[in-house]
Design a protein around this ligand. Structure first.
Ligand SMILES: [Zn+2]
Length: 478
């Protein structure tokens, strides 16, 4: 390879005098170059001329090209200990100025974004999109919920030593290489071969626009969907959790939906970004009939991984009400959900023990359920309805009509998220007769701040991940 061959290749990609270009490269990919790394740097500098500016990253595995450029007279190194670049040319000082100051080291106010604003290019020489640092800047500007931060001690060019945290710092695996075809399809990238090196020239502004657009439509746009990729599973969970954290209601899920054993429940909840769980069944046994020590251990095991028990749901009145209340209390569970149709004894024992009590409708029409709730409220002033749409459908009623009638509007403390056909077949959400989408919508209209519980005590055939995704889709389509 000669310098002139490299110049010819760069010109064929459209690089011209006066251009700004950020180069990520592998010198090895070019094969033997006459004149070595200096010839490669000179090829770029001669192509862009005295009005142009060449930038290279100064972090990660420092290539020989980086070192060569850094040592050239007039080279500027951006003042920032993370995401550092070196620049040579007319706009070097302007692009690098105050790099340490912005909230993120890759986004607005950094050389990466300034390059795009000035109509510059990113050149990938023998490397792929995985090395395209500017994509971190797009993630940062999107404020993606899975991003972390990094803290360093740094002495500024003014001589002040600071301890600064740069936010929106990139995480582990992302699927940057999948962006290649998007950039090509939008005409934001050209590719050619120089020597053995596949060289991509990307219009930085077009790349930012493409990334910002894709990211606004789907914050997971740059994550892979390999279920075996622990990084992306965790990052997707962070996005899901962020989505629900913007709602007034709190999302909880039936333990039976999350898994059979506690470690499985923990894993599934974490992967789905879920922070609350309602204990209905554990290991195939009703949580209400678990021995006290096992119940306590299960709650502790969940808490150790940051998953809080939103309630324990009992499907029948326990035999010994005081023992039941003592067991729930000892396990650290703050709330129980009992069937309205059972006697009030267990509720009274729990209330006496300082446990919050709510009731769910089962085998009752709305009229009977309303009357039963009124009787409960005479004994326990602070209790409410856990509104179970599927159970009302089974009792031959239309859930939304009941709700709209106002019967339970002031007493609803939880909305169970489930759906069912009148013949008792459990369906996916908004595929049965429960009018669940309408229920969710009206609750959100009133900024309902109680729990919404996926599955809500009924057995569903879906897994947690797909049910959370369905629930999210319903909300996104409101
Ligand atoms: Zn991944």
């Amino acid at each position: 390879m000669t310098k002139q061959e490299i110049i010819n290749g760069l010109r064929s990609l459209g690089l011209k005098e006066g251009d700004l270009v950020l180069l990520h490269s592998s010198l090895y990919s070019l094969g033997h170059v006459e004149g070595g790394p200096d010839a490669v740097i000179d090829a770029f500098l001669e192509t862009i001329g005295s009005e142009g500016t060449l930038l290279v990253p100064v972090f990660g595995d420092l290539g020989i090209l980086t070192t060569t450029l850094k040592n050239r007279p007039g080279a500027v190194v951006s003042p920032c200990p993370v995401g550092t670049v070196a620049a040579l040319g007319k706009d070097a000082g302007e692009l690098c100025r105050d790099h340490w100051k912005p909230v993120s080291c890759h986004g607005e106010g950094t050389p990466f974004k300034r390059l795009a604003d000035k109509g510059g290019y990113v050149c990938l020489m023998g490397v792929d999109q995985d090395r395209n640092t500017s994509l971190h800047g797009i993630e940062a500007e999107l404020r993606l919920a899975y991003l972390g931060s990094t803290t360093r001690e740094y002495t500024t060019p003014e001589g002040e030593t600071i301890n600064k945290t740069w936010k929106y710092y990139p995480g582990p695996h992302r699927d940057f290489i999948a962006l290649d075809h998007q950039l090509k399809a939008r005409g934001a990238m050209k590719q050619t071969r120089i020597g053995n090196s596949q060289v991509r020239l990307i219009d930085a502004k077009g790349m930012w626009e493409c990334g910002m657009e894709l990211g606004a439509a789907d914050p997971a746009f740059i994550l892979c969907d390999n279920p075996g990729c622990k990084d992306c599973v965790r990052q997707r969970a962070a996005l899901m959790s962020d989505f629900f954290s913007k709602e007034d209601f709190k999302l909880t899920v039936s333990s039976r939906l999350a898994g059979r054993y506690v470690p499985e429940m923990v894993e599934k909840c974490k992967a789905a970004g879920v922070k609350f769980i309602e204990l209905d069944f554990v290991q195939g046994v009703p949580a209400a009939s678990m021995p006290a020590d096992k119940l306590t251990a299960a709650v502790a095991e969940l808490a150790a991984d940051g998953i809080e028990v939103s309630a324990l749901r009992a499907f029948a009145a326990p035999d010994k009400c005081e023992d039941f209340a003592a067991k729930v209390k000892a396990a650290g569970i703050a709330r129980v959900i009992l069937p309205l149709s059972a006697s009030g004894e267990a509720a009274a024992a729990c209330a006496a023990a300082g446990i919050a009590v709510d009731f769910f409708n089962a085998n009752l029409t709305s009229k009977a359920a309303n009357a039963a709730l009124a009787r409960r409220k005479e004994k326990i002033a602070d209790c409410g309805i856990c509104f179970n749409p599927a159970n009302f459908v089974m009792a031959g009623e239309r859930a939304f009509t009941i709700y709209r009638s106002g019967r339970f509007i002031k007493t609803m403390r939880q909305l169970d998220i489930n759906d069912i056909l009148p013949d008792g077949t459990v369906t996916e959400l908004a595929r049965g007769g429960a009018e669940i989408k309408e229920m969710i919508s009206i609750a959100r209209c009133a900024s309902f701040a109680g729990f919404m519980c996926l599955a809500g005590g009924i057995k569903v055939s879906q897994d947690l991940k797909s049910m959370v995704a369905d629930f999210r889709r319903l909300i996104e389509n409101m």
